[in-house]
Write a protein that binds this ligand. Structure first.
Ligand code: FAD
Ligand code: AMP
Length: 481
């Protein structure tokens, strides 16, 4: 008889490993199947995209490149001069990133041990009656396991553009762009989404000339458009050449030069660069996940079909994270993992999909939760809006980071906070306050009546909430009728 578990999780990204840990905490006998092999050490690793080639390594490089850029360009206003040139040792920067990745992925292995979770190394495939077959990386060992429950957490992989095939370290996807050990002089990024902007920012700060080609005519269409327009101005000022309505149709490599053909409003265009990052989105990864006789339902975009509780079409099989509908974000997957683990254990957990924050870790950072002004308008919902610019914040001035603003959108009748949008310093941290308010179904008055420390960036959130009622203190309010 096959080894049996209460729960078999397939995939150990932030959705899968969190689900596995919560299952084990609840006393369920849990195994997690993971096939990831680290491309440098050639050793198996836990943590999925997020820890290995996503959230964490990208933030490590954003941090290093920001320090480099700051040392080169933003020290004089503090009265600090640096004798001689500021240099960057790119291999050392990449080694620091790799060290962080190693520590964190190793940390997940420790957590698995501490929680008694069995790591089944290899590729998992689902067979009828909730059996999972695990094939080792060399293909030599195949074992079968029985799961009372299965949680699919197989994540996502980058979309490939057939017109621009990847090539060694010249045309790369997001993972490849985290491993360059020299600085390309001319760089093209295809796609002005979250990943394209973050990686474009890293290499721009390190000195590359960066052109970002984006097929859509609106910049960050998913974000509040006042915030999007404000941030586009900042990025342009930083030297990111962002070209909208620019659809890439082909690329070829000759003599170490990538020639890109794209179409914009003026017709056919050509661009020559030294390297290119293809960052045109990600697709759910379900390749060879289910044997032919497993009747799993998929959505039209290849996502595993689930209901609000992440139950698939097959009883006892759940799916969480990037492989199902909703934003492809680590924290969304983790909370789905917790919900599913608790429901398997007989609890009645649910997830509030209305209050999932999104962040772009550029400078300034962009973060939001809830509805944008554009969505409220198209839904016909009447709202009050309050904004506060960081240029009026004492703390932001002291930090010399005055770009951006906070916007609070509240229901005109009930005053419930419907959306908060931030572009500016520490937006990724500030948005947490808004998430808590929305989770508690709070109002802009609740924020307005809350005492915030002075001087802090959080006061901008306070002032924006006051502004929704035309009573901001540190900025002139709109004239009342
Ligand atoms: P994944 O992390 O993709 O993990 C899936 C795992 O399943 C993988 O390890 C894979 O090897 C394994 N697997 C797949 N199939 C099988 C199988 N059959 N058998 C065994 N194992 C299998 N999100 C954020 O919230 N914040 C960020 O700052 C952020 N930055 C990002 C930056 C970059 C460059 C990228 C690429 C992504 C970023 N993301 C960010 C997105 C985030 O990484 C994903 O949303 C998150 O990793 C999804 O988690 P997951 O567990 O669903 O899947
Ligand atoms: P995201 O899905 O947020 O990672 O963003 C990916 C971006 O890539 C989207 O904004 C797409 O519009 C953009 N994109 C997709 N295909 C192309 C293409 N051929 N040329 C330029 N941009 C593209």
């Amino acid at each position: 008889m096959a080894d049996a578990f209460d729960v078999i999780v397939i995939g150990s990204g932030p959705a899968g490993y969190v689900a596995a840990i919560r299952c084990a905490q609840l006393g369920l006998k849990t195994a997690c199947v993971e096939k990831w092999i680290n491309n440098k050490s050639n050793k198996p690793a836990l943590g999925g995209t997020c820890l290995n080639v996503g959230c964490i390594p990208s933030k490590a490089l954003l941090e290093s490149s920001e320090k480099f850029d700051e040392s080169r360009h933003h020290m004089a206003e503090h009265g600090i001069s640096i004798d001689g040139q500021v240099n960057i040792d790119v291999p050392a920067m990449i080694a620091r990133k790799d060290k962080i990745v190693g520590e964190l992925t190793g940390g997940i292995a420790q957590l698995f041990k501490a929680n008694g979770i069995e790591w089944l190394q290899g590729t998992g495939k689902i067979f009828p009656d909730k059996h999972v077959q695990v094939t080792s990386a060399d293909g030599k060992t195949v074992n079968s396991y029985a799961g009372e429950n299965i949680i699919i957490a197989t994540g996502s992989v980058p979309f490939e553009l057939p017109a621009t095939p990847l090539h060694e370290d010249v045309v790369v996807d997001s993972a490849g762009a985290l491993d360059w050990t020299d600085i390309p002089k001319r760089l093209c990024v295809i796609g002005a989404g979250v990943i394209g902007l973050e990686l474009g920012s890293v290499w721009r700060r390190l000195g590359s000339e960066v052109v970002v080609l984006e097929a859509q005519d609106t910049f960050l269409p998913m974000a509040d458009q006042r915030i999007a327009k404000d941030s586009l101005r900042q990025f342009t000022a930083q030297g990111l050449d962002i070209r909208l309505s620019a659809r890439v149709v082909s690329s070829k490599i000759e003599n170490n030069t990538v020639t890109i053909e794209y179409q914009d409003k003026d017709g056919d265009q050509t661009l020559e660069v030294d390297r290119m990052i293809v960052a045109v989105g990600r697709r759910a990864f379900t390749d060879d996940l289910c044997n032919d006789d497993v009747e799993m339902e998929f959505d039209e975009r290849g996502l595993v079909h689930v209901n609000d509780y992440c139950e698939t079409s097959i009883p006892g099989i759940y799916a969480v994270g990037d492989v199902v509908r909703g934003p492809m974000l680590a924290h969304k997957g983790s909370e789905e993992g917790v919900m599913v683990a608790e429901r398997i254990a007989g609890q009645h957990s649910h997830l509030n999909y209305e209050a999932i924050p999104s962040v772009i870790y550029t400078l300034p950072e962009i973060a939001w939760v809830g509805k944008t002004e554009e969505q409220l308008k198209s839904d016909g919902i009447k709202y009050n809006a309050g904004s506060f610019p960081f240029a009026a914040s004492g703390r932001a001035k002291a930090m010399a980071q005055t770009a951006g603003m906070v916007r609070v959108l509240a229901d005109a009748e009930t005053d419930r906070v419907l959306g908060v949008h931030i572009c500016g310093p520490s937006a990724s941290e500030l948005i947490g306050q808004a998430v808590i308010v929305m989770e508690y179904e709070g109002t802009s008055e609740d924020i307005a009546r809350t005492v915030f420390s002075h001087p802090t960036l959080s006061e901008a959130v306070h002032e924006a909430a006051l502004g929704a009622d035309n009573r901001a203190i540190h900025i002139a309010n709109r004239k009342r009728n």
